[in-house]
Design a protein around this ligand. Structure first.
Ligand code: VGL
Ligand code: ZN
Length: 214
């Protein structure tokens, strides 16, 4: 695949809490084998002309935390903006769990976009919060920088990668998901639903070799 200066790698939420714990720390919402994609992501970032990282970044008492509602994780509540899955407390602002995984080696990343920082709205997508209305500013940033094509990877395939890809495409960016550089949380139906939603939106899923061996 021919790459140009208008291409960027968008690395979603490669944080300690989404990976198996290292020295018993992190892993609050660990994605199975979430850390195994990191060497591949480092290699992809070395190849793409621009890299942007997202960082899930929640305050205490966040609306997405089961503990906030005295409920069990993975239940769904009716939030003012629609259904919201409840999660274990994760990615608390400035915690070790919210820090990038130590194996992630992308010092050249040009932007770290924090999301989910409002107590009353979660944000799976890097573009729009879960009300599907409140912008994060990423679309404007990318447009101003002349970036027109996005390669998405990271965690979790069936939540933050999914909604970031759908919104990126809807906002006019050419959007591609690097399938072997993402891992899923895997709630019932979540991966099949993601595959269907990406296909319906015309978002291709490609193998990293298409980009690395170009
Ligand atoms: C994510 C659940 C809660 C993700 C973030 O990064 O996919 N999932 N917060
Ligand atoms: Zn979160």
């Amino acid at each position: 695949m021919t790459l140009t200066q208008s291409d960027a790698l968008l690395v979603i939420d490669l944080q300690n809490d989404f990976c198996p714990p290292v020295h018993r720390a992190g892993g609050a919402l660990a994605v199975t084998e979430g850390d195994t994609i990191i060497p591949l992501i480092n290699a992809l970032a070395a190849r793409l002309p621009h890299t942007i990282l997202t960082q899930d970044w929640h305050p205490t008492g966040h609306i997405s935390f089961a503990t906030t509602h005295a409920k069990d994780p993975y239940e769904t509540i009716a939030a003012p903006y629609g259904p919201q899955v409840l999660w274990p407390d994760h990615c608390l602002q400035h915690s070790h769990g919210a820090a990038f995984h130590p194996a992630l080696d992308v010092p050249q990343a040009e932007l770290i976009l924090r999301k989910g920082f409002r107590q009353e709205i979660d944000s799976y997508s890097a573009f729009l919060e879960n009300d599907h209305t409140t912008p994060t500013g990423l679309a404007g940033y990318l447009r101003e920088r002349g970036i027109t094509r996005l390669f998405l990877c990271g965690l979790a395939y069936d939540f933050c990668v999914r909604y970031s890809a759908l919104d990126g495409k809807a906002l006019g960016f050419e959007t591609i998901v690097i399938e072997d550089a993402s891992k899923a949380v895997n709630l019932p139906h979540s991966v099949a639903d993601t595959n269907d939603a990406l296909a319906a939106a015309g978002i291709p899923r490609v193998h990293s070799s298409k980009i690395l061996i170009a």
